[in-house]
Design a protein around this ligand. Sequence first.
Ligand code: HEM
Length: 449
Amino acid sequence: MDNNKAETRTPAVHREVQLQRAVMAYIVTGIVFMLLPGTFLGVWNLISISNRHQLDTLSPAWLQAHGHAQIYGWIGTFIIGIGFYSLSKMGQLPPFAVRRAWTAYGLWAAGVTLRWGANVTGWHWRIALPVSAALELAGFLTFFATVSRHKANPGAPRKPKEPWMLVVIAGTCGFLFALLMNVFTTCQAAWLGVTPAVPHALDQRMLVIPVWVFLVPTVWGFNARWLPVFVGLQGANGKQLLAATGLGWLGVLLALSGYSLVAAVLFLIAAAVATFALRIFHRPVKAAKTTGVHGSFPWFVRFAYLWLGVAGVLTVWAAAADHAGGIWGASRHSVTVGFLGVMVFAIGQRILPAFCGARVLFSKRAMLASLVLLNVGCALRVSSEIPAYEGFLYAQLFWRILPISAVTELTAVSVFAANLLVTFCRPPAHLSVEAPRPAPGVFASVIAR
Ligand code: HEM
């Protein structure tokens, strides 16, 4: 950006451009966490488990390093970045917003990196684990304080909050709850543990928190806002969506109290109610808006909800009959890779180029390839993990399929990352000669309140 241009901008526009830079830093950092500490380590873990034909022999700290990097390092970082972006569309941007965005970024990224490093290397882990959790919490609270104190344009009429907003707020409270519990579990591990891993039983119980009160409801909330525009679906039924969110919270409280089967049944019901509330499998009422993305995009949004249903069923089965971690693993990855991953690949390639400086996605074919590969990899993984880990008939064959699923997922993730990173390296749509401009007003109207 040349100096003349910078000088002619109003302070508000200048601030918005600076905020956009911070948002881009969040998204690129999320991609890096997804790729290396997250997926690469996940693939390494799965190949090691497949070689040994046993889950138990692998370091629990390495498994947790992978899970934490994916949930908080990838998706958590994306969500905070998108949260800061929406701030710029919700009214006057406060002067401190850009500083806060970078402060939150520094604390958050340092916390997630320290956690991964402590889990993988064991470096001063008794101190590093609680410090990492405190840094993550501090980063989140900086974000939370900025967003919750933000006011709409002065003079704008005060409107009651729409159901999708309430669901996103519930998801944000779930995020806070998950981070507070993370402080508790890391302090306990540091005080009582013998390795840099949270004890297995406690870790498994805690895993439902980020999934069912943070990630899944946040996706439902944003889906209720975006899918009627992007996919042409009917508007969501707000009461049903709020009921599904409430069932998720109830399920988590029951799971934490030790009633894992009842909790699993509630998660299944919550998934079914939310899918119905969002009208995912109803006939669309208008054409999908697929400008700038692959035309198959609406189908992948539906696939993600099929995965959510599969996850719900497998979670009930796991709570009733898992012996060797295979059904739990399959249910966990149906929801994390199948639902969350496929949704982020689909919606992320739709919105992130626009959020990061009004860009246009580099390649629609790469978008299709990443989504097909992720679904194929996830299907291979989920269908092989159960017979292999649980020692069912033909287990040897399924042990051989698992590494193939891991490499397929790694390829999918690499294509997704490359497509977005190349997109960010290209000039914004209004400066580019060959790229089509994004449909005017689509993103602004979807985000702006
Ligand atoms: C993309 C390829 C991926 C591979 C190859 C992979 C591999 C693994 C493996 C081998 C485990 C150990 C337990 C088991 O065998 O099931 C695991 C656990 C886990 N994974 Fe993944 N994973 C991937 C993606 C993801 C994603 C996208 C997420 C979240 C967004 C995720 C979240 C988790 C969590 C939370 C755990 C449990 C960690 C713990 O025990 O605390 N994974 N993964």
